[in-house]
Design a binder for this molecule. Structure first.
Ligand code: ZN
Length: 101
């Protein structure tokens, strides 16, 4: 049985800027394999439960890597920023606690 779709815009994605990360399959394409089927990530080693929410982290169903599902970019920079900020905050808090004593 031929499964031919009539010519039409049904399979075209809407304006990418209007796409929202609401769950399965609504992410930007994977930077590694181009797959758009993703699973939301609720926890990462580097960002706990907050990091993935800030950076829209999703996991590619195709190859398994984690990336930014909103911009379709890898997480190297966000991880560096997040861990850097967390480290700076930790040091700042440690210093403040030390001064308050
Ligand atoms: Zn992939």
């Amino acid at each position: 049985m031929a499964d031919i779709q009539p010519a039409g815009p049904q399979n075209l994605q809407p304006n990418p800027q209007q796409m929202r990360v609401t769950g399965l399959g609504t992410s930007a394409p994977c930077p590694k394999c181009g797959n758009t089927s993703t699973a939301p990530v609720g926890f990462t080693w580097w960002g706990g439960v907050l990091g993935p929410r800030i950076f829209h982290v999703v996991r590619c169903i195709g190859c398994g890597i984690q990336y930014n599902g909103k911009s379709g970019t890898s997480l190297g920079k966000p991880i560096a920023i997040y861990t850097g900020v967390a480290l700076a905050l930790g040091i700042a808090i440690a210093v403040m606690l030390g001064m308050a004593r």
